[in-house]
Design a protein around this ligand. Structure first.
Ligand SMILES: Nc1ncnc2c1ncn2[C@@H]1O[C@H](COP(=O)(O)OP(=O)(O)OP(=O)(O)O)[C@@H](O)[C@H]1O
Ligand SMILES: [Mg+2]
Length: 240
């Protein structure tokens, strides 16, 4: 059974004077343990698909199943479904609360999910993402961009998700930091056995990370790339 199954997904937004179709009939399946990437020009619908998979975009049509759970439009993610699907956003500054210490940022999701929180557990996770325990008392503005993204990854991983949704996780970072974060994500995936859905504009990032990829244009998936296609380089034209 596929980890993620999306069939004829359609997302339409009401806009002034009519509607905007952001996703129009996307179909794909992602197996457990895969890194599946969505690529394509700005506005083609990549983030909208991730937001549906994260339960953040609740108005949609078609059929979607996650880890064997068939979703209904409008459904609010709760319990295991909520903790098993975590998302890391493009801008690590905007995604961390500026007035919360890292301790608070990292402990809160666990508390929300009714888990006991120990300093030892959170320190161990920080170490896994390459940050010292002393960072727990710091605020986001006291960290570099790469360190902030490490915190965002640690926050997602503390819930032990099975699926990690990564929306341009390194595009706000310098090249050298980008490579560090991508390698970290690959290592964590291997260690924790997760499934990744990655959005990126960068053909190099896609080739380095993905098992398969889908090229989108105008809300549609125009082409699927196998691992072998990816190793030969991506040509982002439909059929190209
Ligand atoms: N809440 C909304 N209301 C109206 N239109 C929206 C909304 N969210 C997204 N859109 C539109 O839907 C389309 C797809 O948006 P989406 O954010 O999924 O694109 P994207 O592929 O992630 O682009 P980018 O690479 O720039 O992040 C765009 O035309 C966008 O303007
Ligand atoms: Mg986007």
């Amino acid at each position: 059974m596929a980890m993620i199954n999306v069939n004829e997904l359609k997302v339409v937004f009401p806009v002034k004077g009519g509607v905007k179709t952001a996703v129009s009939g996307a179909t794909f399946a992602i197996e457990e343990g895969e890194t599946f990437s969505l690529i394509g020009a700005s506005g083609c619908g990549k983030s909208t698909i991730l937001r549906v998979l994260a339960g953040l975009q609740r108005e949609w049509q078609g059929s979607v199943s996650l880890m064997g759970n068939t979703l209904a439009p409008g459904q609010v993610f709760r319990g295991d479904l909520r903790r098993n699907v975590q998302m890391v956003f493009q801008d690590p500054y905007a995604s961390l609360h500026p007035n919360h210490t890292l301790w608070r940022t990292l402990s809160e999701p666990l508390i929300i999910h009714g888990e006991q929180v120990s300093r030892k557990q959170i320190t161990a996770m920080l170490e896994e993402v390459g940050l010292p325990a002393s960072a727990l008392d710091r605020y986001p503005h006291q960290l570099s961009g790469g360190q902030r993204q490490r915190v965002a990854i640690a926050r997602a991983l503390l819930l032990r998700p099975r699926v990690l949704l990564l929306d341009e996780p390194t595009s706000a970072l310098d090249m050298s930091v980008q490579a560090e974060i991508l390698n970290l994500l690959n290592r964590l995936k291997a260690e924790h056995g997760m499934t990744y859905v990655l959005v990126s504009h960068d053909a190099g990032v896609i080739a380095h990370m993905s098992d398969r990829a889908a090229f989108m244009d105008g809300g549609k998936i125009q082409r699927l790339y196998s691992r072998q296609d990816l190793s030969q380089g991506i040509h982002q034209e439909p059929g190209g």
